[in-house]
Write a protein that binds this ligand. Structure first.
Ligand SMILES: [Zn+2]
Length: 370
């Protein structure tokens, strides 16, 4: 994927124009940092969107490869998160998500457990018990490291069948993603869809419904992960996000929704810029859905961040041609670079600054007044 000079000139002038707007907003944010949450309205709802493997170059790709202004530019509060895990300078997605769900810095591969493998209750479990509605939407399987870390507690991320056993009693009202095989094609020959139905879930495996069904929903549209954008996933992520919001927002007490753009990471691991960028632009659409909802609703905090960066991705010049971008990678693995945190809505000022990824959990809980 290359970019031509006229588009780039346009984009650069647009960026310069936008940066002049941003400087005003930054000073407003500085003022708001002196405020405390008691001065401000607390959010009733939180939507946490995780772009797996999404560093600043990945976000920047939205500027150069999206027709129109990326939804990322609608945020007024921006922070940076330091992502190292309890065991390694470079985190993996399991430790990277467990830190968001529990506030505990743990070892790479850990799902909802601390360094000594003790289960730690997650934000989803805590809020579900307290009467909030909760939801998980992912373009991987719902047992994959990021979503699993919000409802399961296992020693190793690849224990997919064990992770699935946590789903029936997770308290989660809305699941959408892949992972059907871990319910139905198991070594123990059990069919855990029966357990889900007994726990009050309606199980849907053909397509995303247009409207919500009453009660808890388990929507599993692939045996393992959802297809890539290039293989026909379509608008699953933005549409499932909208469906989740329609359902969860019926709860007067409030809700917590986690939405993961899982395959930005996989494009990074494959060092495949087209794959990465298509997934990133799809994630940007889901961000738009969340922000549109929050704007209308007025009581919703939207947070967008990443667990880590993947690929050592960069938007390099094409050799000496500075009018062409040649996306490049420096590793097939993850990197230790800081990742951006975007926040909008009541309590968003808490997310200004540079902090450890552990803080994101505590900031969310603080925003909820806990
Ligand atoms: Zn990850």
């Amino acid at each position: 994927m290359k970019i031509n000079i006229s588009v780039l000139t346009l984009l650069l002038s647009a960026t310069l124009f936008l940066s002049s707007c941003v400087s005003v907003q930054v000073s407003e944010n500085t003022l708001s940092q002196t405020q405390t949450l008691s001065d401000q309205k607390k959010p009733k709802n939180i939507i946490l969107l995780i772009g797996d493997g999404m560093g600043l170059s990945q976000v920047s790709a939205a500027i150069y490869y999206k027709d129109g202004v990326p939804n990322f530019e609608r945020f007024n509060t921006i922070g940076l998160s330091k992502t190292s895990s309890g065991s390694d300078l470079v985190t993996d997605s399991a430790a990277g998500a467990t830190v968001f769900s529990t506030g505990v810095r743990t070892y790479n591969g850990a799902i909802g457990v601390s360094m000594d493998t003790t289960a730690v209750s997650t934000i989803v479990e805590t809020l579900s018990k307290d009467g909030y509605s909760t939801g998980i939407v992912s373009t991987s399987s719902i047992q994959h490291a990021t979503p699993a870390s919000f409802y399961a507690h296992v020693k190793r991320r690849n224990m997919y069948e064990e992770i699935t056993e946590f789903a029936p009693h997770s308290g989660i009202d809305f699941f959408a993603g892949g992972g059907l095989q871990f319910f139905t094609k198991r070594k123990d020959n059990r069919n855990l869809l029966n357990d889900m139905e007994e726990a009050g879930y309606t199980v849907i495996t053909d397509q995303l419904p247009i409207q919500n069904i009453d009660g808890k929903e388990l929507i599993l549209l692939a045996d393992d992960s959802m297809p890539k954008m290039s293989e026909g996933r379509g608008d699953f992520l933005p549409n499932a996000t909208q469906l989740a919001l329609d359902k969860l927002s019926k709860n007067e007490k409030g809700f917590f929704l986690m939405v993961e753009g899982s395959q930005i990471d996989w494009g990074g691991h494959d060092n495949d810029a087209d794959y990465l960028i298509e997934e990133l632009l799809d994630f940007d659409k889901a961000i738009g859905v969340a922000l549109d909802f929050a704007k209308k609703n007025g009581e919703t905090l939207v947070i967008v961040t990443a667990d880590h960066e993947t690929g050592g991705f960069s938007l390099s010049s094409d050799g000496k041609d500075y009018n062409k971008i040649n996306p490049t990678f420096s590793t097939p693995g993850h990197s230790a670079t800081m990742v951006p945190v975007f926040a909008e809505g009541p309590g968003s000022f808490l997310f200004n600054g540079i902090y450890n990824s552990t803080e994101i959990y505590f900031k969310m809980m603080k925003a909820f007044g806990r």
